[in-house]
Structure formats: structure tokens, C-alpha cells
Ligand binder design. Sequence first.
Ligand SMILES: Nc1ncnc2c1ncn2[C@@H]1O[C@H](COP(=O)(O)OP(=O)(O)OP(=O)(O)O)[C@@H](O)[C@H]1O
Ligand SMILES: [Mg+2]
Length: 252
Amino acid sequence: MHTRTRPEEVLLQIDTLDVAYGKAQVVHGLSMQVRKGEFVVILGRNGAGKSSLLHAVSGLIPKQAVRVHFKGQDISSATPRHIVRQGLVQVLEGHRVFHHLSVQDNLLIGTYANSPGGDRSKLDAIYTMFPELAERKQQMASRLSGGQQQILAVAQGVIAEPALLILDEPSSGLAPLVIDRILGVASQLCSRGLSILLVEQLVDKALRHAHYAYLMETGRIAGAGFTDELRDSDLLQRVYLGGHGPTPAENA
Ligand SMILES: Nc1ncnc2c1ncn2[C@@H]1O[C@H](COP(=O)(O)OP(=O)(O)OP(=O)(O)O)[C@@H](O)[C@H]1O
Ligand SMILES: [Mg+2]
């Protein structure tokens, strides 16, 4: 069984986060944390507020009544650029890459936050980790498959050498083998010391890879626990599945 490490090992601490679009509040007083070396997943249905939570933490949308600490620093009012420089890097939903640029140029963009001209010295390690990209260095990103584009999006996050890599539904629209590859890469990165915060709808696959899970429902944390304890729990059944029909297709 996994154990959460000591309290001083907290990497990301979110306290009482509210997010609203105009008058519509979609995240309500949400608190959660990611500890160093942990693989944390946020599970929740469409529209639960998962992406809103992540965008608020990354500084991409305004947030209210919140304290966000990362590596002990208050980043509640920090700019997205500063947050990335601190080592909190988010891979956005929908395998977003620059279609008109080559694989290599997309990767170099991932190094810009720390090296404005691009840092080619980081490429070899990335190509070793992602051989499917090494084979396609000069290919336009637009010519990659959806799965390859998602791997490129993840690699673009990894090359920035974050302390915390946030992945927003990387499985979306992809075939089972590609999903396994991406979650496998996330686990591998975690075992090398990178902390991971994953948002996912594929419950079984996510619970298999992550250490700790938060269950999110209509903008609130409805439950949390170690994944090996949650897997067969009433809590998961009640919060995630209860009364709302079957779980989203598990593609596996
Ligand atoms: N830019 C926006 N303007 C207004 N409302 C928004 C905006 N983005 C999201 N919402 C609303 O906020 C709520 C939460 O959306 P969000 O995208 O955070 O959910 P999610 O859990 O990431 O969903 P999904 O699993 O479909 O990605 C939804 O009701 C959504 O319609
Ligand atoms: Mg989302």
C-alpha cells in the first residue's frame, strides 16, 4: 500500500478555491494537495469543474478566495509564466500542439520558459524517452496521429523539467494502447521523482496508475483516498457511479 509522505513534503497546496465564470460558480471552496513524488488523480464526470480547477491553479483564469502554495511559495496571484518557471507545468486538454511546426520545434517551445532562445541540449533525453518522436523529428505536428500529438504535448511539458506535471484528460479521444502508453509514461516519470497531477474520466486505468485520488462532483471534492483502497470502495460507487448510470466507457 502507498503511504502519503510527511506533511513537510507537500508540493502543491490548494485552500478554498472558488472559480466562477461571470455569475456561474463552478468550483466551490475546494481544497486539495499533491505531495512530492506522488501521482494524484482527480476523477470526475463531464462538467465537474476539473479543467477549471487546473486552469485556476496554473493562473490561466481568475480565481477567488484562494491560497495556492507551490514548493512553499504563495502563487495565488502569480502570472502563468512565473508559475511555469517555478516548475508547475500543465499539459492542456485536447492534445494541443502547434500544427504548423515540426515535432522538434514543438519540443523546443517547451524549453522557452527557462531558455528564451530554446535549449537543444534537452532534446536527446526526450527522444530517448519518446522514441516515437525521435523517428519523426522533422515531421509537421499536423501529420501526426492524435495519439502521437498527445505524446508530443506530454513531451513538451516534460522537456520544461517541471517539479509537478499536470495532465488534463490525456486519454481523451485516444485508442486504448495509446492511453496505456501515456499513463505508463506518467508512472515512469513519477518513479523518477516527478510529481504528477492527472485529471481523468477512465476510472479503472487512472486508479491503476495513481497513488491517491480525489473524487470531484459539481465543483467540490466529494471524497478522497489511496487508490488501492478506493478501487472497490462504496465511496467510489456512491460518488462517481451512484445513480447516474454506468461509468464512462473504459475502452479496455
Ligand atoms: N470559459 C467558460 N465560460 C463559461 N462556463 C464555462 C467555461 N469553461 C467551463 N465552463 C463551465 O464550467 C463548468 C465546469 O467545466 P470544466 O470544463 O471545468 O469541467 P470538466 O470537469 O473539466 O469537464 P470535462 O470532463 O468535460 O473536461 C461546466 O458547467 C462548464 O460548462
Ligand atoms: Mg475538462
